[in-house]
Design a protein around this ligand. Structure first.
Ligand code: ACM
Ligand code: ZN
Length: 707
């Protein structure tokens, strides 16, 4: 038997399968193998064998609607293709009871469900005995998730005996999402469906589809054909080639046109597939920024009225609102989701300052600045979306200029935006970049594909706890959940995207579903190894956890040198976004890791000019500092570093200079030690690094080392 194929069927439920044969030597898998770890479980002796054809019996009250029933039947049949429906509960091998609130009496988790009834529909009780499996749930979703637990307990080969146990399970958060950037690289509907199978297995229930962005528009809108005849296509496959060129688009039928879009029929298919897996697909239509492709197709929607100028809509023009409302109307016709994501991030707003339409709007509406103008646009759009019975989600920049009254905030630039929103009574989804951005490399950059920069290991993603201390219960009641984001600038291939999702999506799933007190990285790691193998057997490309290298070794052991703990005088300002641990950071003996975002690297947007006072005149034989380059993130090595020494702090002499020897165009992560060997007598050491001179370029260094 193809061991993987059983599991594949278990997930997809589409391919017929015959012949279940459990190997005598295969281990039994139990509740302690499941990701996300269940809320409560007890293991007992004995196993349930998947051998032979099994029968199931479904029963339930009216909460178990026909769609829900069909989805459970489908999941059951896919669990084992020999599975037949029985007309009799007594003789069935698997009994599923879905009976709304009556379920409360069955579960030991009544307290958790009473605290948050929104979670009731996803809760389940799963009892595995040697001769029978019984599932109780309030709703079809809970029964479906019980089956997903069974799928995992059937082991990586899909045919292992299942450990007898009782599981009482309920999610911690109602929103457990994964984000798909189909703008930078269009992905087929088949790809999305395949990821939904894995999401379902992980009990992830929201697919955030980033359908529009500067790199391409991805959804057919009947009223605006240029969006898909033109704005969905570019003359370069590689995003970075397109980005460094003129960032133009091309006609759909131009030679070499690269892109794509979902037709209405595609979307309907995706949505039907999602519904069967209890996944809500949330469409994102970006505004007012990240809209270069729309402006290229309909330049009249920008401030200048010209193609290839600003990527922001003009909020001064009524035409912008007509367009956005038309598009949103079509999107809401297609997508039944409670939420519509309206973007809101990273608008430049610069053209608005001088645009006569924007200025008039600001004057008429009494708006103080461009932040308030953005807020005006978001408010209007929210009103429109609310009028159709839906709610908006926006990236945390929608806080700027005042939050729209019913908006849900997706906090990505850290957690501050989310915390602020919760404190003001708004719902929040946490997806802070430092933990949840799955486009960052997950292992040592020397062994990983080029990424956008940053380093987020599985352990780092797993360590995230969305319910921050210091928030009240009322504030925390606005925390809907958590999401992992995968921006795709550097991820053209589907297999590469999967590699970035898995296993870090496992960590997102466990953070979203399991209680913080039940999380344990060592145990999770064991389960993640097994589930990675399971997914690999199903045809997913996963990161190989077994060969993980881990953090930059130099960052793990404090360094001893002459400057540790000495006074530091900055002639150049530390950027407030990247202060590391403050003014002592450059002489704390702690070296940075693989990413400038780890709070060990200090960032500068100017030249770098720092003097260290060693406390007394002493022999000095080495002076240096390491800088990094990640061109994709605008982080560049300095052009030149001059190193000076002084005995009195006023009379400095040049001890040596080091020049850059790497192109600023080099892709990837580079560290360069700008150091000199010398034979000096000095109390003061000054390092001056010339910023690369590239507009907006960052300098990052972690430590001034003197020996
Ligand atoms: C974002 O990463 N710009 C939301
Ligand atoms: Zn304007």
């Amino acid at each position: 038997m193809c061991r993987a194929s059983l599991a594949l069927i278990a997930l997809c439920g589409l391919v017929p399968f015959s012949g279940l044969t459990a190997s005598a030597s295969s281990p039994a898998y139990g509740p302690d193998d499941i990701i996300p770890v269940p809320a409560e479980y007890e293991v007992s002796s004995g196993t349930f064998s998947l051998d032979g054809d099994k029968t199931f019996f479904l029963t339930g009250d009216k909460t178990f609607g026909s769609d829900g029933r069909a989805a459970v039947v489908e999941a059951l049949k896919s669990f084992s293709s020999g599975m037949k429906e029985s007309d009799n509960a007594r003789s069935a091998d698997i009994v599923v009871v879905v009976d709304g609130k009556k379920f409360m009496k069955k579960t030991s988790l009544e307290h958790a469900l009473l605290d948050n009834e929104a979670l009731l529909g996803e809760a389940y009780r799963l009892e595995v005995a040697p001769d029978r499996i019984t599932i109780h749930a309030a709703d079809a979703a809970g029964a479906f998730y019980a089956l997903q637990s069974l799928v995992q307990m059937a082991g990586p080969d899909g045919s292992s005996d299942i450990q007898c146990c009782v599981i009482d399970d309920v999610p911690c958060f109602e929103y457990r999402g994964l984000h798909f950037d189909v703008s930078r690289h269009f992905r087929s509907k088949e790809f999305l469906m395949k990821q939904m199978d894995a999401m379902a297995m992980l009990k992830l229930n929201r697919m955030h589809l980033h359908l529009t962005d500067g790199a391409g528009w991805r959804i057919e809108i009947e009223g605006y054909p240029r969006l898909t005849d033109f704005a969905a296509w570019r003359p370069y496959r590689k995003w970075s080639d397109w980005w460094v060129s003129d960032r133009h688009y091309c006609e759909k039928d131009a030679a070499g046109a690269y892109g794509g879009y979902y037709t209405r029929e595609d979307i309907e298919e995706i949505l039907a597939y999602a519904a069967q897996r209890h996944i809500e697909v949330i469409p994102e239509i970006e505004m007012p920024g990240h809209s270069e492709e729309v402006i290229a197709a309909y330049p009249e929607l920008s401030c200048s009225g010209k193609q290839y100028g600003s990527g922001d809509f003009c909020p001064g023009k009524e035409a912008t609102f007509t367009f956005l409302e038309d598009v949103l109307s079509e999107v809401m016709e297609l997508f039944p989701s409670e939420y519509i994501h309206i973007g809101g991030d990273e608008a430049s707003k610069s053209a608005w300052k001088t645009c006569p339409d924007c200025c008039r709007r600001m004057q008429e509406e009494g708006l103080e600045d461009v932040d308030e103008l953005q807020s005006y646009l978001i408010h209007r759009i929210e009103e429109f979306v609310n009028s159709k019975g839906r709610k908006i989600i926006g990236w945390d920049e929608i806080l700027q200029g005042g939050l729209a009254p019913n908006a849900t905030v997706m906090s990505w630039r850290g957690t501050e935006g989310g915390v602020k929103a919760m404190k003001s009574g708004h719902d929040v989804i946490m997806t802070p970049g430092a933990y949840c951005y799955l486009d960052y490399t997950q292992d040592a950059p020397f062994k990983e594909p080029i990424s956008i920069g940053g380093y987020i290991s599985l352990a780092k993603t797993y360590s995230y706890e969305p319910a921050e201390e210091g928030l009240t219960e009322t504030e925390l009641s606005h925390l809907l959940g958590v999401q992992g984001n995968l921006w795709a600038e550097y991820i053209p291939e589907d297999s590469h995207a999967e590699y970035m999702y898995y296993p870090r999506a496992f960590a997102i799933a466990e953070t979203g579903w399991s209680r913080p007190e039940d999380k344990n990285y060592e145990d999770f790691h064991r389960r993640a190894l097994s589930l990675s193998e399971h997914l690999a057997g199903l045809g997913y490309t996963t990161f190989d956890l077994k060969t993980e290298y881990g953090d930059r070794k130099e960052s793990l052991v404090p360094l001893k040198h002459l400057a540790v703990g000495c006074d530091v005088d900055y002639s150049s300002p530390i950027n407030s976004q990247y202060p590391a641990s403050g003014e002592t950071s450059l002489v704390d003996g702690i070296l940075g890791g693989w990413t400038y975002g780890d709070k060990k690297w200090q960032g500068f947007l100017t030249d770098f000019d720092v003097t260290v006072d060693l406390g007394s005149v002493q022999p000095v034989h080495y002076i240096g500092a390491t800088f990094m380059q990640v061109a994709s993130a605008w982080v560049y090595l300095p052009e030149k570093v001059d190193i000076y020494v002084s005995e009195d702090g006023s009379d400095f002499r040049l001890a040596g200079s080091v020049w850059r020897d790497l192109s600023s165009k080099a892709d990837g992560l580079f560290f360069k030690q700008y150091g000199i060997i010398c034979n000096e007598s000095a109390r003061y050491v000054r390092i001056h690094a010339d910023n690369s001179g590239i507009e907006g370029a960052w300098l990052f260094t972690d430590e001034i080392v003197v020996n």
